[in-house]
Design a protein around this ligand. Sequence first.
Ligand code: ADP
Ligand code: TYD
Length: 211
Amino acid sequence: MNQLKGKLIAFEGIDGAGKSTQIRRLSEWLQSQGIEDICVTAEPTKGYFGRQIREAKERLSPKIERQLFVDDRKEHLVSCILPAIARGAVVLTDRYFYSSIAYQGTRRDAFDHDPTFEELCALQDEIGEYNRLFAPEADILVYVRLDVDVALERMKKGRKSLDPFEKRQTLVDVANAFDRVAASHPHAIIVDGSQSPEDITDTIIRSIQAI
Ligand code: ADP
Ligand code: TYD
């Protein structure tokens, strides 16, 4: 697993898919393999811009929301991800710019009319291109894929109210966008989030070994 040193692994999926659970389990496994420097991180961060995103009571305007995630990511890269890669850590991030493609790229209210599927795809592609100007591609994308209704059930169990990103139709659009993102990534590992946490981790480990 030494080949993983200095590599960036991004975990993506809709809210409640099981990303944090898998990051924790993969991190434990990496430790058991003797890897000492593991950087576990997340977006939105707890920094200046990330806090503004988290503290918003309702969804911000498409423009402002998109810019805040970009600002947060730039700060995240400079203060955390790039130094960790440079020192040879294995970096596991809970969300990265693929979330901007999927969430900001499905904002129908960014248009002055009801956008077609093609228009939404073009918006997603444009967000991807823009982020790639400053953010390196993740070496591996782990996409935890889960049915929206199962994810919503899981979230309801955990807490009373859902945050503004967690409306059903929004999540369906986001899930479809993640499918597209994963299909075009050179090293995407797509796992079935409805399996047991143990089985999902086994699949991730086997797929990483194969890559
Ligand atoms: P995310 O980070 O994608 O939002 P979490 O890892 O926090 O998701 O998991 C959301 C909820 O679902 C938590 O209550 C967690 O315990 C549960 N969970 C995670 N993975 C699974 C799984 N494979 N099967 C059933 N429940 C799971
Ligand atoms: P989330 O991972 O749920 O953070 P936490 O569990 O700490 O609340 O992220 C909050 C929301 O931010 C989530 O619904 C997805 C959204 N998001 C975007 O819309 N664009 C992005 O670029 C990122 C990183 C997240």
